[in-house]
Write a protein that binds this ligand. Sequence first.
Ligand code: MN
Length: 231
Amino acid sequence: MSFVLPPVKPVSLAVAGTSDRFPVRRVYCVGRNYVEHAKEMGFSGREAPFFFLKPADAVVPCAVGESVTINYPSLSKDFHHEVELVVAIGAAGKNIAATDAAKHIFGYAVGLDMTRRDLQGEAKKLGRPWEVGKVVDQSAPIGPITPIAQSGELKAGTISLTVNGAMRQSSDIDKLIWNVNEVIEHLSAAWELQPGDLIMTGTPEGVAAVVRGDVMAASCVGVAPITVNVA
Ligand code: MN
């Protein structure tokens, strides 16, 4: 048997402190999961969590101490940063109770859910799918994964993003409306989670546009920071 085209290489992330790689299957994303961000997007209150996906090939793996470069996307004039805690799933499960969720976590990383906000806004207004806003090439730069065995469960601590050295987003992961374990409970009710799945858990307030030449630095408690240039 031979392939008629070269098969796509698996996308993988570094595992901090080792030369091992974490192979990426799906990238689930949580919408509006910090109160202040929900407010800045025109919503309030605790809605049930909702999800969208990015394709694995939108992931741009970031290495410790090195910056990566992403290209400003086509069609948009309002390309936004969203810094997020990323959860890496290590064990399959469906209908996982929040109290059991930690057993399914391989580790954590910090990532960016880069968004064509103008196109997402238009899609929302027209009741259309979000893909054109969210499924953007190179729109998910993600850092090395720190295994939960090292970090313990991440429940509180700073998450932040600077652009060209100026603070844009700064919050605490204890402000997640639905915490990591609750997100896993809801997500696994809809889909059977598999090893290799990533969950981008939502962004705090302060989302804003970047332009070509900007340098974004994202950090989150317990994991390696990342630096991403926009070209
Ligand atoms: Mn997001």
